[in-house]
Design a protein around this ligand. Sequence first.
Ligand SMILES: Nc1nc2c(c(=O)[nH]1)N[C@H]1C(S)=C(S)[C@@H](COP(=O)(O)O)O[C@H]1N2
Ligand SMILES: [Mo]
Length: 258
Amino acid sequence: MTRNLSRRSLLGGAVTGLGTLALSGCDRLVNNAQIDGLARGTELLTMKAQRALLARGSLAKEFSEADRSPVFRANGTRMPGSDEYAQLLDRNFADWRLRVDGLVQKPLMLSLDALMGLPSRTQITRHDCVEGWSAIAKWQGVQLGRVLDAAGLAPGARYVVMHCADELEQTLDGSGRYYESIDLIDAWHPQTILAYAMNDRRLPVEHGAPLRLRVERQLGYKHAKYLMRLEVVSSFDRFWGGKGGYWEARGYEWYAGI
Ligand SMILES: Nc1nc2c(c(=O)[nH]1)N[C@H]1C(S)=C(S)[C@@H](COP(=O)(O)O)O[C@H]1N2
Ligand SMILES: [Mo]
């Protein structure tokens, strides 16, 4: 147990290292000699753990235009219920800002125009929901790593928490608000994007307007819609449920790899 725990915290250290090493974008993640050395030099890391760590850099399958699903179901919240969201929508998100803060050197407030002005990535991928349906669509957005590069990580950074505009369950204690979290490996994965377009059109409300996460190596519930704020943290203990997300607090796995 102690061994496991120390291995786990070592892995955590390696994860943080990966984030900083991969600042130039992690298309080269798998081949990065520095990362190899980092893992090899850490004697307590088992070969299995190293393999798992390196495999996470591989890409999810991408599809062709013709593979796109004629219908892409919307799931969970289809329209956030708050007055704040209604007002933002009313002005076509001109007043919306993505806040990027927490353990960063430079907190950011990014408008949709600012995000669209950054280099973008387009990918046609399959979305897999735990409820047993899948659909293929084309997504366009800015790589999350690029945004985090602009903010710069501060010491202790390990996870990115996505705060959403919607409450999936109406509650008095805030426990129904949707949120998610990913680690820095997924944050700098080349296919992890903040998407503002779907199938060549602005992201529809039911699919998370104005901005949603695509984290293609994981299941549907990790792909947070209605993004309002990205908070870089060292631990997600203090967020409702303490498990790193809305569905995680209700029993789903935190790492939902596919
Ligand atoms: N903010 C928010 N994000 C969310 C959800 C939600 O209810 N609220 N549902 C999740 C689930 S379970 C899935 S399968 C996908 C659905 O995305 P879609 O509506 O574009 O199909 O969004 C995920 N992200
Ligand atoms: Mo889902």
